[in-house]
Design a protein around this ligand. Structure first.
Ligand code: HEC
Length: 117
């Protein structure tokens, strides 16, 4: 006999399974994004901005790269950061055409994590 009780259980199990699947999918996508922001930073920005965002590297000192934790930087919005990364500023190279909009957005999100320290 296929009681409504069995059906209900089945329905609930399927519901739990699919929300777990969605959660796993969401987590892997977000960690993938974080990963690509980190990678971009490490390959393109770290020589001046330093791993900790302090700008404390030989190239950073030569170009007077300011630390991301400075008051001025903390006041800047994501939109400002994205714009500066695209257009460059002073000794900071322009990355428009070299990085995609998505890569720039991800790398800015990564910079935000450096500012929290
Ligand atoms: C050649 C060294 C160098 C590299 C490489 C570099 N930067 Fe910079 N960056 C600078 C300097 C110098 C400044 C300060 C510019 C100014 O304000 O005059 C700066 C400033 C910034 C700012 C803040 C805007 C500002 O002008 O205060 C952001 C955001 C930034 N960089 C992001 C990045 C990202 C993202 C990358 C890698 C994709 C990167 N930078 C690579 C040197 C560098």
């Amino acid at each position: 006999m296929c009681s409504s009780e069995t059906l209900k259980k089945r329905f609930i199990t399927t519901g739990i399974m699919s929300s777990m699947f969605l959660a796993a999918l969401f987590l892997s996508v977000t960690s993938l994004l974080a990963q690509s922001g980190t990678d971009t930073y490490k390959s393109k920005c770290v020589m001046c901005h330093a791993a900790d965002g302090s700008g404390n590297t030989p190239a950073g000192k030569a170009t007077k790269t300011p630390p991301f934790s400075s008051d001025e930087m903390l006041k800047m919005s994501d939109t400002d950061f994205i714009q500066y990364t695209k257009d460059g500023r002073g000794k900071m190279p322009a990355y428009s055409g070299k990085l995609t909009d998505i890569q720039i957005k991800d790398v800015v999100a990564y910079i935000r994590t450096l500012q929290k320290k």
